[in-house]
Design a protein around this ligand. Structure first.
Ligand code: HEM
Length: 399
């Protein structure tokens, strides 16, 4: 509670997270039985704060796609000290800002980007080749997304280390604030990051390039207000840092837990895309989001009041037996997995999805091709978090 209170003034992610005070801590290692209990309870479970929680796939999807729900209560603007990026804003601001960054993740852009991703993955695996045993998270899962998003934004090579430090400090808030000191560190990192972005905007006004930051400064004053620019870049940086790392980590973890599935992938590395999708369903990196009701509405026979928040349990929806056959089975060959909600749904669905999928697919394919005998070399250590799920450490051996 202390952490969440502090989080209210730190940044938007934490603030929205504060609405989801569902006590999942006992299920941190395996939250799925808790989601089952919540779904067995009925369409909604009331929280002590007067909000609602659901792990029902149909309801989650309806709430995410409905225009009667928003990421802020209707007519409410985020407070002035709040994260001004578009994740936490309703239309029309959301529409205006999302349009600005969406082209950076277009299919054509991603096709152009593939060679760079492959080169980065190749280099990272070269570094650990011959080591026998290594930790997959610092070796591959973490540096790959960081390298790719800094590249896409257009952060100069010389500044990579500094941006990475600030971005990681800020992103650590996603896993919850541990103490007031941690909250202060997060706030300081946020301010320093803003200053660095301001300098970068200045640089790209003078020396335009073909990158996202140049596109942003070109739209300044028209499509984007000056005070919205740094938060937008920070959102992309953190989303790029803190999510794909867990997709790669969760995928390798699930594959090592299921040697038959790993063998399938080794026999046919073209299954890498399927392995990514099945991981997104079976063990997604982001476990929940929330929406505020803009009306008094009825859903599944349950009255939802205007202003009430609904916690959408993505990790629970992805194991709903009404949609997925044998939902607790990790199966690369399943044909009913496409409707997972790992990237949310509706107007806020993840804009970075094509990049995340590209990175994870290239990484899994390279692992299967280069290290077919991959095995566990120690216990997985997980993040201490219930919103973001993934390994902090995943020791592996090249068999
Ligand atoms: C939104 C998940 C990777 C940028 C979202 C949302 C989810 C999500 C669940 C929607 C939250 C909501 O509906 O309230 C993921 C996962 C990823 C991933 C699981 C990796 C596996 C990325 C990457 C980027 C990115 C690589 C960018 C570099 C964003 C942005 C939004 C978003 C900007 C806000 C979209 C909006 O509000 O319209 N992501 N994400 N994400 N994601 Fe991702």
């Amino acid at each position: 509670l202390y952490g969440e209170r502090a989080g209210l003034v730190v940044d938007g992610y934490v603030r929205r997270n504060a609405f989801a005070r569902l006590q999942l801590a006992p299920g941190r290692d395996d939250p799925y039985p808790i989601y089952e209990q919540i779904r067995a309870h009925g369409p909604f479970l009331a929280t002590p704060q007067g909000n609602l929680t659901t792990a029902d796939h149909a309801i989650c999807k309806e709430v995410l796609r409905s225009r009667r729900f928003g990421v802020q209560p209707e007519g409410q603007e985020p407070p002035a000290d709040f994260d001004l990026s578009f994740l936490d804003r309703n239309p029309p601001d959301h529409t205006r800002l999302r349009r600005l960054v969406a082209p950076a993740f277009s299919p054509r852009r991603m096709t152009d980007f593939r060679a760079a991703v492959e080169k980065t993955v190749g280099g990272l695996l070269d570094d650990v080749d011959g080591q026998g045993t290594f930790d997959l998270v610092p070796a591959l899962a973490s540096p790959l997304p960081i390298a790719m998003i800094t590249d896409l934004l257009g952060i100069p090579d010389a500044d990579h280390a500094t941006f990475t430090r600030y971005g990681m400090a800020l992103g650590s808030a996603l896993s919850g604030l541990r103490s007031l000191r941690h909250a202060q560190e997060v706030m300081t990192a946020g301010r320093d990051l803003d200053l660095m972005f301001d300098q970068l905007f200045e640089l790209r006004r003078r020396e335009p390039r073909d990158d996202l930051i140049t596109a942003l400064v070109a739209a300044e004053g028209e499509q984007v207000r000056p005070d919205e620019m740094a938060p937008l870049c920070a959102l992309l940086l953190i989303a790029g840092f803190e999510t794909t790392v867990n997709l790669i980590g969760n995928a390798v973890n699930a594959l090592l837990d299921h040697p038959d599935q790993w063998s399938l992938l080794v026999a046919d590395p073209n299954l890498a895309g399927a392995a990514v999708q099945e991981t997104l369903r079976y063990d997604p990196p982001v476990h929940r989001t929330a929406r505020a009701s803009w009306d008094d509405v009825e859903i599944a026979g349950h009255a939802v009041r205007r202003g009430q928040w609904i916690n959408v349990l993505i990790g629970g929806a992805n194991r709903d037996p009404a949609v997925f056959r044998d939902p607790h089975t990790f199966d690369l060959t399943r044909t009913d997995g496409a409707d997972h909600l790992a990237f949310s749904s509706g107007i806020h669905h993840c804009v970075g999805r094509p990049l995340a999928e590209l990175e994870a697919t290239v990484a899994l394919r390279a692992l299967a091709e280069r290290m077919p005998g991959l095995r566990r070399a120690g216990a997985v250590r997980r993040r201490n978090a219930t919103l973001i799920r993934g390994p902090l450490s995943l020791p592996v051996r090249v068999g």
